[in-house]
Write a protein that binds this ligand. Sequence first.
Ligand SMILES: [Zn+2]
Length: 531
Amino acid sequence: MSRLSSVFRIRSVRIPAVTAVATILFAAISTSFLRADPLTPLDQALASVRRADLKQHINTLASDTLRGRAAGSQGGQAAGAYLVQQLRRIGLKPAGGNGDFYQEFSEKGFRNVLSVLPGTDPKLRDRFIVIGAHYDHVGLGTKRTSLGGIGQIHNGADDNASGSAAVLEVAEALAGSGQLDHRRSILFVFWDAEELGLLGSKYWTAHPTIPVEAIDMALNVDMVGRLRDDRLVVFGSRTGVGLRHLAVKHNTRLKRPMALDFNWDLLANSDHHPFFAKDIPVLFLHTGLHGQYHRPGDDADRIAWSGLERITRLLVSLSHDAACRSEMPGFRPVATEESEAYRRKLESSATNAQQRLGAAWDSELAQQGIIQLTDVADDTAADEAKLKKGDRLLKLGGVDIKDAEEFAWRILSSPSQIEVLTRRRNKKKLRIRTLLLPGEAQRLGFEWLVDDAEPHAVVVSGVSTASPAGRAGLKGADRITTVNGRPIARGANLAKLLSQRHGTITLRVERQGRYKPIRLPLQPASGDNSP
Ligand SMILES: [Zn+2]
């Protein structure tokens, strides 16, 4: 729908001399034409991804005949031959060197399979997007490669006939009709001997068949056949500015977007890593480990076909976009230091109520609405008000404390000076003490961070549950992308956009790769009768 209307807008703008009548005629003609045949070349490419084709590839590669596709084995060689036959059928050019699809790299008969779809733009055709998957598996398994059932055929339907099938379908979709522009060249690679220690991708990055400097991004597809709970793991989003946005953009264009689990760890556990080590931005898609991983039970009958189809479509539109855009982000060297532990720290780094007060309280009692201090830190508001471990806090600003989350939010949203009514442990006497809370009072109930890797969004670093933001459903780790429909420009204008005092603020957040509106009604604080 939006695609069609934008097509129309562009076309009508491009005809400056038409009269109003002609424009209306044009609109009528073009919409009826589009209604009759609404598919753009990209839509056609996406529609060409078919479950039946994915099934055929996996059933072939993961059949007992190929005996687990161990690198260098007869079955492994037969798997390579099947891939070459498919690439020839699709009409792709060989790119293994010397006019061959294969790049051989061991006397044991290991060989990568490579083909290229040449770019259509004279300026960008020397730049490359690499889309790869390993096609080998562990054969009959060894002590080192099998997690059980040594000597039995390990078909590796998920690991990684699934990724190989997806890459074949992407190649066919992008090359298919010949109607689809792809300005950069795209290198499709099927790695061998991944299971023996990423040997194929390591060999290729040491003996590349195109200049490594010409690669703008490398996509790795390894184990994508077991989509569960709609959850797709995406590694590598930190290796280039805007890569998360790229993945989200194409995920949200799917009929049913998936939950993208952006994982910041980058381990040498698959073929993206040799590219990452060469300072190339990478994305690695994966649907997670399972009970049949590196065991004989990893068979085609357990593949989640609909999930694999959706992931393949995501790959088609994402790689088409990457191949076509004028600029691709450069490598972010700091990605090497941004682990999952770092991500978790960042996404929960906002000031919390215990920090502002300078005291911790008993969490079990808190569930009953009782705030009893378990610790008071030196030189904090609590310390300066002479609060002690064991004290119970009864009223804050004259209002009874009955709910711990409500209390936490009131600590964060209170002005700097507020009175607290306390009772010391085992004492009857009540005391009023004055707290001098540091920092500014929060108004909406969340904090955020600007992230240089994500210029299209800011990262929510913490939300107070009982605050307006918390009640509206905002969560830590959400990415705010628009405020009242206005996009975030490097976070710089967010404070201004949030300074609105009345009405409702509507945020669009990206949570796990999907967009969600959050409506924040702004109500004057209780007791505040000012207009
Ligand atoms: Zn494996």
